[in-house]
Design a protein around this ligand. Sequence first.
Ligand SMILES: [Zn+2]
Length: 108
Amino acid sequence: MRVVSRKKTGRFTVLVREIANGIVDEADERGCSHIAFEDLTDISKRMAGAKRGLTWAFRHLHTIVANKAEVRGAQVEQVNTAQTSQWCSTCGYPAATNRPSQARFPCL
Ligand SMILES: [Zn+2]
């Protein structure tokens, strides 16, 4: 039983590392100076039925991305994501009227 659970944890750790590499590689390809993470401190409280392992996974992902990004000269920050869906990804202009529906984003 112990061996099985250690194996599962190992596979999970590999998956988190692969996701971290994907994030850092994409940021590098796009020439990003910063990588933003939603503040996920209370993720397990906000997600009904989430296991404690999920909190660990997000923290682990953040740590790996921060370490890899630092080597490549980018910074990782935690941000409040409230209203970010209303921000224009091209010019950064924030307005609720940018997003009249899920499918449309006519930047003002
Ligand atoms: Zn815009």
